[in-house]
Design a protein around this ligand. Sequence first.
Ligand code: CTP
Length: 405
Amino acid sequence: MGGKRIILGVTGGIAAYKACELASALSRRGALVDVVMTRAAQEFVRPLTFAALTGRPVHTSLFHTPGGDFVPHIRLASEADLAVIAPATANFLAKLAWGLADDLLSTLLLALRCPVLLCPAMNTAMLMHPAVRANLQRLREMGYHIMEPAAGHLACGAQGPGRLPEPEEILERIADLLAPQKDYRGVKVLVTAGGTREPLDPVRFISNRSSGKMGYALARAAARRGAAVTLVSAPTALKPPKGVEFVSVETAREMYREVVSRFPLQDVVIKAAAVADYRPRVVAAQKIKKKEGTLILELEKNPDILFELGRQKLPHQVLVGFAAETADLEANAREKLEKKNLDLLVANDVTRPGAGFGWDTNEVKIFYPDGRVQPLPLMPKEELAHRLLDIVREIRTLKTTRAEG
Ligand code: CTP
């Protein structure tokens, strides 16, 4: 969302307070957020709140505009990449559905050419009223994107649909609408994520520090670009991304089964998971009790999933591995790339601040089979996911051209 210009229209409903969180989250992700408030919205939240959260002036009037901007609706409209109206009241929807333009926000909406996401929020009875439903249908037919209101406890005390969805969900929809072209449509992508858990006894396991963030970012990015995504995930604290087939596993052997059985149908496999190389040889049926002296655990080797995929790989398939290193990054990376028959190896030195386990950012070097190394700067994992998908797309194009030639 970095550098994207987003108009956040706020109309007069109690859910206006949630729009503050949305404005803040969008700004944190680097978007330039221009908040436009109706008069009723200002009864719920002061413009100053939004100005402080976005670091930008808030627009409230067609006539009294910050910085002597005399036609704010036209300027804002021409610059916007996307507009989101949250909350959108019944009155606002009615005005938009029938083309009324009697304040800044309604006038602006008529001048916009970018995608517009409407997030209706109101009492359930109002939402169910035939006039509101007909207006929503009319707006849908005009090409507006509409988020279904969530169900639950409403400010008026009633229970039912009408709540503004959580800012996190609205953010997801915005990211979908801003996504680059659907260049992965028709492509089957399998991503693995998280750190496997290898049980010792009913209450303990051996695992690693993988948070799953890189793999989840890759799965989300590929789905946004139109891919049919399968995410095979070891346990993480993350919510599965929307629109992906989610396969939950615990151990390396479970991951092996789920990934290897699906491999023949995939076009791209990206193995971001941190797979335990060893598992306890014996899993105790009862909790292991402490005793005097030391405890020696005997570990046996887990299957190397990526090695097996590299062995089975068909010419059109693209296989991407990850390597987390703490020393001799280049030599280890090259060895893995070759041994596992990969098309790309993404290596990170996990001792560097901001890179690897748990961080929201990553700094990696990309190793190619022809010996090239491409260092990438530190960047958010979401952005890195898109960069990696760009590279994978190029490799796919090369493979197709070679096959046709
Ligand atoms: N991997 C795998 N199956 C395993 C171990 C690793 O598929 N049993 C995959 C990981 O998902 C990752 C890549 O292999 O994409 C590199 O993992 P890493 O543990 O760094 O490599 P190893 O070959 O296990 O080497 P080492 O542990 O010695 O660094």
